[in-house]
Design a protein around this ligand. Structure first.
Ligand code: ARG
Length: 477
């Protein structure tokens, strides 16, 4: 049926037009139009590669390239045309062919020679993900920059805080150390984003629908033209594989999970009970009922959205599970969830960076939390260890001291030396020097520790980082 042939990429062997509901159900142009710049780039590379194998004349290449330029320009600037041409396009591949025919007549039908949408969609998607991963990396770097700025301010003022485990006061740390802990996690994400981009950097073009290309296309030429550094090694795998999309989604779940942790910390810090952080007006919202409220919605939304990012990864894994080898239409389901996850994570990271930049920290409250004498219990045990007491025994002695003070309803640091010596004769005059917040912090003078000296080094290492290098978290030995 000629009318069917005119509007579809595949009408020849069909008698009936598709059911209208099914037809709209199967179309992907509404979302895969986002791949248009990549589709056009692949088309350009393909047009050039068709000349050496005698499919295109030099003039046909020229005409096709000029038409592709025009289509690209129109798609960007002529919205009405884009909507009209796209209205009955099945997908982005069909859209470009329709536009080419509109521009060139029957010559427009020639570009699809020897290729399949199965390899096209995999190639476009890989190119998209390579760009997307570097866009996300740039956002994560901006966030690390904000963490470094906050760490700098906190280190200048040597702001301490009560470090916690199990949400219970544990040992004093520096606020700067807390910021740098988050920076370290985001550095790991950058590494994963780069690995995902590298995973996508393999060109499927020349794989055909599944079996390869019979016209002798120069696959390396097409790949190099597109900026890929490798070509896929198996045509059947090339049209089946979406591991590169899973890798990118996994990297995004890492970013989102780390953001959710930062968000949770800030929600807690902004609570009246903690009051460590002062929420910026610009990133908070009020209550429609309670006039006094200032809510940390920006962090709550970031924390909440992280669930959606995990869902995207699990969603694609579930779609892929048990698919037969080769292209299956199920694979069309890969794009929407990945586009959404990418858009959401980029926004989450950038909102987090700006919110963090405008957040002020209540140094008095933080100092007060760090001044809890209980935080020095481990220092007392370490003191005894330095005097030669085995650690388990030292731990027990300090525990008993704490219990005694609790019984007397005083803080244990108020117990006079004479009383302490009842628990261990190893306690002597110099104990006082060890049992200060400053001494406790300074004592943690190992690489990666929270002493001001080490945190200063860690911050300098972060600020001096060469982003062109391979990114690792951790300190090289
Ligand atoms: N829209 C399709 C997708 O996103 C493109 C490939 C279609 N291929 C096919 N043989 N129907 O996966």
């Amino acid at each position: 049926m000629t009318d069917r042939k005119d509007t579809k990429l595949w009408g020849g062997r069909f008698d009936k037009a598709p059911d209208a509901r099914f037809d709209s159900f199967q179309r992907s142009f509404a979302f895969d139009r986002r791949l248009l710049p990549y589709e056009i780039a692949v088309d350009r590379a393909w047009a050039k590669a068709l000349e050496p194998i005698g499919i295109f004349s030099a003039n046909e290449v020229k005409q096709t390239l000029a038409a592709l330029d025009k289509i690209e320009e129109r798609a960007e600037n002529d919205h009405a045309w884009l909507e009209k041409t796209g209205a009955d396009a099945e997908d982005v591949h069909h859209f470009v062919e329709k536009a080419l025919v509109e521009e060139l007549g029957p010559l427009g039908w020639k570009l699809h020679t020897g290729r399949s949408r199965n390899e096209l969609v995999a190639t476009d998607f890989r190119l998209f993900i390579m760009d997307a991963a570097s866009e996300t990396e740039a956002a994560v770097r901006a966030l690390i920059e904000m963490l470094s700025i906050q760490a700098n301010v906190a280190l200048d003022n040597v702001v301490p805080m009560a470090g916690m485990t199990h949400m219970q006061h544990a040992q004093p740390i520096l606020l700067a150390h807390f910021f740098l802990a988050h920076a370290e996690a985001f550095l790991r994400d950058i590494r994963k984003l780069r690995l995902a981009a590298e995973g996508a950097n393999v060109c499927p073009m020349g794989s055909g629908a599944l079996a390869g290309n019979s016209l002798g296309i120069d696959r390396r030429l097409v790949a190099a033209e597109l900026g890929f550094t490798r070509i896929t090694a198996n045509s059947l795998d090339a049209v089946s594989d979406r591991d590169f999309a899973l890798d990118y989604l996994f990297a995004l779940t890492g970013v989102a999970t780390h953001l959710s942790r930062l968000a949770e910390d800030l929600v807690i810090f902004a609570s009246q009970e903690f009051a460590y952080a002062i929420l910026p007006d610009e990133f908070s919202t009020g209550s429609s009922l309670m006039p006094q409220k200032k809510n940390p919605d920006c962090w709550e939304l970031i924390r909440g959205k992280s669930g959606r990012i995990n869902a995207a990864l699990v969603g694609l894994l579930t779609t892929l599970k048990g698919l037969p080898t080769s292209y299956q239409r199920d694979l069309q389901e890969d794009k929407e969830i990945l586009f959404d996850a990418h858009d959401q994570v980029t926004e989450m990271v950038l909102v987090a960076a700006s919110a963090l930049f405008t957040t002020r920290f209540n140094e008095q409250r933080l100092l007060a939390s760090a001044s809890d004498p209980a935080l020095l219990a481990t220092e007392a045990a370490d003191y005894l260890v330095r005097k030669g007491v085995p650690f388990r025994q030292a731990h027990d002695i300090v525990g008993k001291v704490l219990k005694e003070a609790e019984g007397q309803r005083i803080t244990w640091t108020e117990l006079p030396l004479s009383e302490l010596r009842k628990f261990s004769t190893a306690f002597s005059e110099d104990l006082k020097q060890s049992l200060t917040l400053t001494a406790a912090l300074a004592a943690k003078n190992v690489p990666g520790g929270t002493s001001p000296e080490q945190v200063k080094k860690a911050l300098a290492a972060l600020d001096d980082r060469d982003w062109g290098d391979e990114i690792f978290s951790g300190i090289a030995i």
